[in-house]
Design a protein around this ligand. Structure first.
Ligand code: KIV
Length: 271
């Protein structure tokens, strides 16, 4: 049973409505109950139980070692602290490698309390997005930089800088919307590409390192709180603790800055 509050439940319809009204929405990762509760108090709309937990919780150097059992465990913790945010859960590496695995593992996440699931990849995940959507499971399709494919990509590089990749990402976005994805997450792409995608599709788009024109923004909560263990932070990260005297204030400032369009600023954007 999740923590009760008088706060309204954020649904996919709420996110779509915010998009229609030109209001930005906020997303943050969380992996445990207490922080989720504080994140909700700050007014964050979407909490992602991300496979970034492989890095920030487990200390690995990629998301690849995260298992379904671990994701479900952290999701259950987050659900207990939730006060009305939309909970999205990542499908970990290889958990949707086949149709059957994807259906079974998405079922586990939804039964553990997720409101939507997120899968990474390009056009090849269209079929999975469509199968899950047909069965009532809202899908967020994560494109651009897809950390589960880090070994193929070769590093955390900005995606879509050359004309072929640019075109490919636009087509991926369109085909994933057509396949039935409810949300799109764009990671590490140039601002101009994000703007083109925003003109082409109508589902809400969440960005990380994708400029300020997306409908929502997401950050890894550890990065926001300035407790990253990376030697060099990605350009799109802002440490909100620098100008705040408490975690609560940092979270509130993140919400305020995203909603007002002050974050991400030019210095966090790839051109
Ligand atoms: O796992 C994660 O935290 C993510 C975000 C970086 C978008 O996928």
């Amino acid at each position: 049973m999740s923590a009760q509050s008088d706060k309204k439940q954020i649904t996919l319809s709420s996110l779509k409505k915010m998009k229609e009204q030109g209001k930005k929405f906020t997303c943050l990762t969380s992996y445990e109950s207490t922080l989720t509760s504080i994140i909700c108090d700050a007014g964050v709309d979407v909490v992602l139980v991300g496979d970034s937990l492989g890095m920030v919780i487990q200390g690995h150097d990629s998301t690849l070692p995260v298992t379904m059992d671990q994701l479900v465990y952290h999701l259950e913790c987050v659900v207990k602290g939730n006060k009305g945010a939309h909970i999205m859960a990542d499908m970990p590496f290889m958990s949707y490698a086949t149709d059957d695995m994807g259906l079974e593992n998405a079922k586990r996440l939804m039964q553990a309390g997720a409101n939507s699931i997120k899968i990474e990849g390009g056009e090849w995940i269209s079929k999975m997005a469509s199968m899950l959507a047909d069965r009532g499971i809202p899908v967020c399709a994560h494109i651009g930089l897809t950390p589960q494919a880090i070994n193929r990509i070769g590093g955390n590089f900005v995606q879509g800088r050359n004309p072929e990749k640019h075109e490919l990402i636009i087509n991926e976005a369109k085909s994933l919307e057509e396949a039935g994805a409810s949300l799109l997450l764009l990671e590490c792409v140039p601002d101009a590409l994000t703007k083109l995608i925003m003109n082409e599709i109508s589902i809400p788009v969440i960005g990380i390192g994708a400029g300020s024109s997306t409908d929502g923004q997401i950050m890894v909560v550890h990065d926001l709180l300035g407790i990253s263990c990376l030697d060099k932070l990605p350009k799109f990260v802002k440490n909100f603790m620098e100008d705040s005297s408490s975690i609560q204030e940092a979270l509130a400032n993140y919400v305020k800055d995203v909603k007002s369009g002050n974050f991400p600023a030019e210095e966090h954007t790839f051109y």
